[in-house]
Design a protein around this ligand. Sequence first.
Ligand SMILES: [Zn+2]
Length: 712
Amino acid sequence: MRALAAPLSFGLSLFLVAACGPDRLPPIPESPGPVVKDVSLADVGLDASAMNRDADPCVDFYEFACGGWVKSTEIPGDKPRWVRSFSEIHQRNERDLERILEEAQRNPQNPVQDKIGTFYGACMNEQARNAAGAKPIQPLLDLVASYAPPPPSEDDGKPEKKTAKKAPPAPEAPTPPLSQILGELHRQGIAPFFHFTSTQDFRDATQVIAEVDQGGLGLPDRDYYLEDDEKMVEIRAFYLDHVAKMLALAGESEAAAKEGAAIVMKIETELARISKSRVERRDPEGIYNRLDREGLTERKGFDWPDYLKRRGLSDVMAINVTSVPFVDGFSDMASKLPTHEVAIYMKWHVLNATASELSDAFVEQDFQLAKKLFGQDELEARWKRCVAATDSALGELLAQAYVAERFGPESKQAVIEMVSEIGKAMRKRLGGLEWMDTKTRERARDKLDQMDYLIGYPDEWRTYEFELDADSHATNVLRASAWEQARDLHKIGKPVDRGEWFMTPPTVNAYYSPLRNHMVFPAGILQPPFYDPKASVPVNMGAMGMVVGHELTHGFDDKGSQFDAKGNLSGWWDDMTRKAFEVKTKCVEEQYGNFEALPGVKLNGKLTLGENIADAGGVKLAFHAYRAMRENAPEVTIAEGLDEDQQFFVSLGQIWCAKYREEFARARAKTDTHSQPNWRVNGSLMNTPDFAAAFNCAEGTPMNPKNRCEVW
Ligand SMILES: [Zn+2]
């Protein structure tokens, strides 16, 4: 790894090393002091078999913490990656949910069980799904076909052309406007061309407004259309073939399907060209463009007033647009593209959005694209797909039985304590930052004081007031999707509901919302190895404590720091302090930009910047919090030679033990704002002086580099 240069900031980094040194617990405490107790790694909650103790922790700590696990673990055939924490907990949760759903289906005792059981039952009914084929989406296919009745002459003289499953509407039928068709597709959650949703106003954290966002691509990112390296060219060729196969499954002749796929590729490439990159989309100022009703509806080429009316928003005034060039580019395309081209493009999007819910032929073809992009060999078993579909459609109903079983008051109490200790650690750190002026420091403290958190599950459960069809899974998914769209748009023009959750409770994840200045920890993540009531403080803090510290630091990363204590996008920083901060973040950006996800494939330092800042901050805060929690401990443990500091870091390393398939690693390097797990460990720890001290790493070893990048 190349040496890092950020001359202005390093005086301070060295100062921090010195400041942190004396705090460190001596590995073997002398009497009179705490009693030293020798225990096993399992006693404190660590997995000895996951480690590779032959590896040098100062050279590659990830290998030291995870080498045994990496060697002995195979990625399951139906997965593109496998992570020791996330995937294993997800697998346990999945089995719990399966049992809950099967019970609900077999013997429903209340309306909640009745609903989730019916949904799951329809999803599991393979026979009905296969018998129905594309029938559940026929109304949608008819709708998009109505935009462009093929000219009658086209069929003439082509006797070999197969007739489509469904005859197109009579040519004399009036063509509905695109605003009407898109309005209807978007109402059902199928989104060709763009997304129309609610969003919190960046400049008024109390209000929900409307938003138009770029969209309409079938591949994971605009770069897939625009880059010309060998892999991208190969994926595009595959995609072209895939779209054609899917159109053929939906009744197009082979020739028409091929022609249709080329049209899809042409339109999506055009959309990719006018789309912002993922890095550009991380800039809150850049994606906040209040065109409002007036600015949007004066755009020619697409009937925006009619579209708004069809979405039930005739009166909406406040509208943000994430990219003005995108909206202009789309409006232009809408007026110039031949209607039959737009129709086949929309048909593809109907199929792409629904294929996984239809008969096996569609499901299988849909899987081929995922396999190509991410590398998994097999389709997931139906029950797993049905658990996921129920979680997505009726998440807060399914969660009720899950949290009753899996989420106890002790988990909640543990997180409350962690948040409090980590908050204190951050408060202390803010006091010691020399690069921060007094006023900015005060505001940062205020932001920290006002930072809120939600744990486990929402105070009030959502309702899902739509009918289910016991025989048609795809119909149920479309109804759930329409319900969710309506729920989302209903928020526009109303005050922000700060109790709303953007993850379902069984989800193994957590998030920080800069717009609400709060952290959210679903019940799903509060499980071993993140949190285990039987594990020791250093071990729980190395894992779950690091997660809490990570989320808290998001409030102060390159993006989160642009929002104030209330969640408003406002310049609350002093200019000089901001400049010093930017020098520090630039160091992180350049450092991670040189790490490789795969040989020859580097991480994107700009795309992953916020997560990398949060990782390093999370490590530091969790470490200081754990130290504070153990300050007056009557005894300290040595687990198979590892002192408590070392246990903390091994625990942290082991939550990220992971294996990625090559295709997946490649795709994520392009699209994921998080660095690859091995870099989440080694990258953040090489920036942490306490780590080097814990393992006595000599200066200049890979894990104790001369120049570090430290932000918080
Ligand atoms: Zn994060």
